[in-house]
Design a protein around this ligand. Sequence first.
Ligand SMILES: C[S@@+](CC[C@H](N)C(=O)[O-])C[C@H]1O[C@@H](n2cnc3c(N)ncnc32)[C@H](O)[C@@H]1O
Length: 237
Amino acid sequence: MKTTPSLDEKRIVKEYFNGTGFNRWRNIYGTGEVNQVQADIRLGHQQTITTVLDWLPADLRGFTIADVGCGTGSLTIPLAQRGARVRATDISLKMIQEAQNQARIQRNPQGQFLDQSIEFGVSDLEELQGTYHTVICLDVLIHYPTPQAQRMLRHLAGRASDRLIFSFAPQTFFYSTLKKIGSFFPGASKATRAYLHAERTMTETLTRLGWYPHQRTQISSRFYFACLLDCRRNFGN
Ligand SMILES: C[S@@+](CC[C@H](N)C(=O)[O-])C[C@H]1O[C@@H](n2cnc3c(N)ncnc32)[C@H](O)[C@@H]1O
């Protein structure tokens, strides 16, 4: 049976994160022993999480947040700890199970287990329903070609009432060259394909829908590269 390229890409990503990718990324996002490359990626990723948490209010009670492609819950857990009601979804069942296990054993300052304020779901981010104050999508768009990433952003923008925060690997001359010579992601066999996106293309996709980039930052280490954008809805439109 012939499948469309976009479905094919999703199938590959889903299989990867339910298979070899699950253990690899659970280790990186965890606290156990990792090799030097993974330790570097862990630090870069932690910086992304910390930056997003710095951009959000310390007290998130009353906020609804969707964390799509939530992985093992690196962001979902602290969001729930701050009092947000979180919808956490991922295309990988294994990832959701891991995030759920984490949420079941941790409590918020009021003493409630975090899974009480998180609604987990195994689904493709383009199936996200409902409206949330903030929609967040970290380190997911790297798995998809630019036209697909744009389509995903358009869908997520339609589900956010106020803020859309997302990251992607930026397509600069430097990173494109690194990727071409094969050193962008070490151990290519261990990874899915990595797609770089031009920041301008990402922001233009959203400005056409009445959003604007409120703040941005770039996080880079030896093996981790992310452009992080916090976009707001332009209520003047
Ligand atoms: C590199 S991990 C990032 C996890 C998490 N956002 C974080 O920063 O800790 C990418 C995650 O995106 C998920 N993912 C990939 N494509 C997806 C899609 N189309 N819809 C939902 N989740 C997806 C993967 O299963 C994986 O858990």
